[in-house]
Design a protein around this ligand. Structure first.
Ligand SMILES: NC(=O)c1ccc[n+]([C@@H]2O[C@H](COP(=O)([O-])OP(=O)(O)OC[C@H]3O[C@@H](n4cnc5c(N)ncnc54)[C@H](OP(=O)(O)O)[C@@H]3O)[C@@H](O)[C@H]2O)c1
Length: 246
């Protein structure tokens, strides 16, 4: 399905919160939530929250980054395509390419049967780098992954589970991936927001006019986190809050 056009006012609105250049070292934390700070209605399921115009915004943001990072539970729940479907006017009709990164320390993902592997067969996306713990000796029999140009990256992920983000980002930088859009899920967002280190450059949150209720998957860091230089944008349905860490 093609995306509706990006509301023009979003371009200047987002500019201070995205990398100037895709090669810049830059981490953007971004997700869509309900009014009660839930990102899905129940664990393990996908919940449509964004209006089509903020969905287009997500693809526009992807076009400004080299990589998109999500956790294994998001991949298992959503089976996402993790590609970029925002057509830049100056790109000769070619869709921008973004590298999917999945944190999957226990190597749970059956990549060969995923939607992402199918769209990579059709050359509509880049194959992922799957971050697994360095204790995993034999990875799942993923024939397509390596054939398509993706890979498993072994890292000491489980040793310091809550505080390994510098290790992860440094490894991605070594792979030439400097601008990274972190899209969730809740475990990842909460860990990054809760860290005592400043792990991200900007935060872009879409807020949809719905309460998902107590069973929902909640984003709430384990400490107070305040933003500065924040701005709000109001669309047809959703509001978007951008800011940087105070
Ligand atoms: N609304 C939105 O914008 C949005 C965006 C994304 C996802 N979602 C929703 O969020 C839900 C999933 O969120 P979730 O909190 O359950 O899971 P998640 O954050 O997607 O994945 C968490 C898992 O990833 C691995 N992991 C993450 N960070 C790690 C780290 N630093 N080191 C080692 N392993 C790490 C761990 O896997 P192991 O458990 O195997 O160790 C962890 O349990 C889904 O329902 C999805 O639909 C919503």
């Amino acid at each position: 399905m093609s995306l509706p056009p990006l509301p023009e006012s979003l371009i200047p609105f987002l500019k201070p919160y995205i990398p100037n250049n895709k090669d810049d070292k830059y981490i953007t934390l971004t997700y869509a939530q309900s009014i009660d700070s839930r990102i899905s209605a129940k664990p393990g399921i996908q919940t449509k929250l964004s209006h089509l115009e903020t969905k287009t915004m997500t693809h526009y943001l992807r076009s400004k980054h080299q990589a998109i990072l999500v956790g294994i539970n998001t991949v298992l729940a959503d089976d996402p395509k993790l590609n970029c479907r925002y057509l830049e006017t100056d790109n000769d009709g070619e869709l921008p390419l973004i590298r999917p990164i999945i944190t999957d320390p226990l190597n749970k993902w059956d990549y060969d049967n995923s939607q992402l592997s199918k769209i990579c067969e059709m050359k509509q996306g880049l194959p992922p780098y799957i971050l697994i713990d360095d204790s995993i000796e034999h990875t799942k029999n993923s024939l397509k992954l390596k054939k398509q140009g993706g890979d498993y990256i072994k890292l000491a992920l489980l040793k310091n589970r809550k505080d390994n983000w510098n290790l992860i980002f440094e490894e991605l930088n070594k792979l030439g991936l400097n601008s990274i859009m972190v899209e969730g899920g809740a475990t990842i967002i909460n860990d990054i927001l809760s860290s005592n280190k400043k792990l991200f450059n900007s935060l872009i949150i879409t807020i949809a006019p719905i309460f998902l209720g107590k069973d929902g998957v909640e984003v709430s860091p384990n400490k107070q986190v305040e933003l500065k230089n924040f701005k709000w944008w109001n669309g047809k349905q959703d509001s978007v809050l951008c800011g940087i860490l105070k």
